[in-house]
Design a binder for this molecule. Structure first.
Ligand code: IMP
Ligand code: MG
Length: 179
C-alpha cells in the first residue's frame, strides 16, 4: 500500500495532537450535557474512536452510513442512506463526526436528515475540510485540518475500499486511480 502513496500529508503524531485539541474544544462547549456523537460510516471510524477517547464527557454513540461515491474519486452528488441511527435523538445535543467535507453533498444530506429528527442542537465536526471543492451550502463547526484539493487516503479514508488502515493521511499517486 505504501508504494501507492505520493507523500504523507498528515502524520500519525499530527493527527493525534490535533484530535486532542478538537476534543478539548468540543468538551468545553458541551460541558454539563450528554452529547450524542453520530459517526458517518465507514471513513470516520479511526477519527471517531480517537476523538471520543480524548473527550472526557459522558456521551452516547450512534452511526449512520451513506454512500455517494460509487467507485471513483469524484462524488456523484446522489446520496443513498444505507444505515440510519439506531436510537432517537429528539431533544438531544448532537455532534456529527465525519472524515472529510469535500463537495458537501454528503454532510448537507446528513444534516437535513438529522434535523428532521428534532435534536436540541446539531453541530458538525470534520477531521478534514477541502473548501476548494465545495458545491453544497454547508460549513463545519469544528475542523481538524483544512487540506488542498488532492485525493487523500488512510486513517479511515479509502479509494475503492482500500487504504483505510494506513495510520497516516497520504496523497494517493494519481496513476493509481488513473489506471
Ligand atoms: P462529499 O459529499 O463530496 O463532501 O464527500 C464526502 C465523502 O466523500 C467522504 O465521507 C468520503 O467518504 C469521500 N471523500 C471525499 N474526498 C475524499 C478523499 O480525498 N479521499 C477519500 N474519500 C473522500
Ligand atoms: Mg469513501
Amino acid at each position: 500500500m505504501n508504494q501507492d502513496i505520493a507523500r504523507i500529508l498528515i502524520t500519525e503524531e499530527e493527527l493525534q495532537n490535533r484530535i486532542a485539541e478538537l476534543a478539548k474544544t468540543v468538551s468545553a462547549d458541551y460541558e454539563g450535557t450528554v452529547p450524542v456523537f453520530v459517526g458517518v460510516l465507514k471513513g470516520v471510524v479511526h477519527f471517531f474512536t480517537d476523538f471520543v477517547t480524548k473527550t472526557p464527557l459522558p456521551c452516547e454513540y450512534d452511526f449512520l452510513a451513506v454512500s455517494s461515491y460509487g467507485r471513483g474519486t469524484v462524488s456523484s452528488g446522489v446520496i443513498n442512506m444505507q444505515k440510519d441511527l439506531s436510537s432517537s435523538i429528539e431533544g438531544r445535543h448532537v455532534v456529527i463526526l465525519e472524515d472529510i467535507l469535500d463537495t458537501g453533498h454528503t454532510l448537507k444530506f446528513v444534516k437535513e436528515h438529522l434535523l428532521s429528527k428534532k435534536p436540541a442542537s446539531l453541530k458538525i465536526c470534520t477531521l478534514l475540510d477541502k473548501p476548494e471543492r465545495r458545491q453544497a451550502d454547508i460549513t463545519a463547526d469544528y475542523v481538524g485540518f483544512t487540506i488542498p484539493n488532492e485525493f487523500v487516503v488512510g486513517y479511515g479514508l479509502d479509494y475503492r475500499e482500500i487504504y483505510r488502515n494506513l495510520p497516516y493521511i497520504g496523497i494517493l499517486k494519481p496513476e493509481v486511480y488513473q489506471k
